[in-house]
Write a protein that binds this ligand. Structure first.
Ligand code: CP3
Length: 347
């Protein structure tokens, strides 16, 4: 029988929504902290397939989600292209900035696949460890979001430098986006070949653009990556999470040919049911802070969310990632609640 998560992504209205959570592996879990300490640094953890596979499996063992997400990071692509990368406590990621079109010559486009090889090894290891009903998600950042980190040298804020480059020299900026489209396409194809059963593209900074710029720098690169993956792997579903896209959510899934769209915390689930669910499966969108709170506020909102989206395919998730202060028991209670929900028990 088809795994529940993959059934929902193929457009089925399932008896209950499958559940997984963005950032389900991470700092809120003491067992993650232990492996992270053993690795020494976050980057080293990502470069060690044995440890990355272990961390991928931790939430599955503890809570029994319907899908595991490969443990890696969207910034491994800039790293693989030769950009210096460090993750600092309390500061987030720090990259050696690239400033303009001339800097593109420094990027080691040819060497990226070799530097990303440990990620495929992690996928192979996890694929061999997963329970039979649990699916494996591979992922990457979408080109615009990854470009903002490369150009701003860390968390992009309002992405002023990136925008000035894109507005003043669109042809040069297009070359960077083109490099990211190709590298990301190869990277995701390698993850699928290694055993990833679905792909998620994180466009975490979609909310920084609008109008023609949104179309050129968010929609078009994502559409190209999906077209390339579907050419080689037509049956592997693709989820896109265009966080902050607001009104651009409408029509987005069709424009990029995604199988599922991830909605952020600002999107009303009853609006998504009417305007988005006719085009594709919907993933989301419980507020991560409700999982910090737990109890009745969390479960009542989760129940309403499921009811709102029960008329079509829905993958239960948060509207953004699990945050570090989340008590693990609250995640357990949420997973149990969603797994015991039944369409026929409603009302
Ligand atoms: O469990 C999972 O979701 C899988 C692993 C995963 C990580 N990052 C691990 C991680 C995934 C899917 C990501 C995606 C990611 N990384 C995104 C897109 C999603 C989003 O949050 O919008 C972005 C923007 C990044 C870039 C990034 N990586 C930042 C900004 C930071 C620092 C801030 C933070 O949340 O810690 C990271 C570090 C990071 N990536 C950690 C983890 C578990 C924490 C590192 C640590 O242990 O100190």
């Amino acid at each position: 029988m088809k795994k529940l998560f993959l059934a929902a992504l193929s457009g089925e209205t399932t008896a209950r929504p499958p559940i997984w959570l963005m950032r389900q592996a991470g700092r809120y879990l003491p067992e993650y902290q232990a492996v992270r300490a053993e690795a020494g640094s976050f980057l080293e953890l990502c470069r060690r397939p044995d440890l990355s596979a272990e961390v991928t499996m931790q939430p599955i063992r503890r809570f029994g989600m319907d899908a595991a997400i490969l443990f890696a990071d969207i910034l491994l692509i800039p790293y693989a292209l030769g950009q210096e990368l460090d993750y600092r406590e309390g500061e987030g990621p720090v990259l050696a900035r690239i400033g303009d079109t001339r800097d593109l010559a420094q990027l080691k486009v040819g060497g990226a696949a070799a530097r990303l090889a440990p990620v495929s090894e992690t996928v192979r290891k996890v694929a061999a460890m997963l329970p039979p009903d649990c699916a494996l998600i591979g992922f990457a950042g979408a080109p615009w979001t990854v470009a903002t980190y490369m150009i701003e040298g860390g968390n992009p804020g309002d992405a002023a430098r990136t925008k000035r480059w894109a507005f003043s020299d669109p042809e040069g900026f297009q070359r960077l986006i083109g490099i990211l489209v190709n590298t990301t396409g190869d990277y995701l194809a390698a993850q699928i070949a290694a055993g990833a059963e679905a792909i998620q593209l994180f466009e975490s900074h979609a909310g920084l653009l609008s109008g023609p710029e949104f179309h050129r720098w968010c929609v078009e690169p994502i559409r190209q990556i999906i077209a390339r993956l579907k050419g080689d792997f037509p049956d592997v579903p693709v989820i896109v999470f265009p966080r902050g896209a607001g009104p651009h959510y409408e029509g987005f899934a069709k424009a990029v040919a995604a199988d599922c769209i991830g909605i952020d915390t600002l999107i009303a689930s009853d609006w998504a049911a009417v305007r988005l669910q006719k085009d594709c499966a919907i993933q989301g969108n419980l507020d991560p802070q409700l999982v910090v709170v737990g109890g009745k506020p969390m479960l009542e909102t989760a129940g309403k969310l499921i009811a709102d989206l029960a008329g079509g395919p829905h993958v239960f998730n948060l509207g953004h990632g699990v945050v570090p202060p989340t008590p693990p028991e609250h995640v357990g209670a949420l997973v149990d609640f969603v797994k015991s929900w039944r369409r026929d028990k409603r009302g």
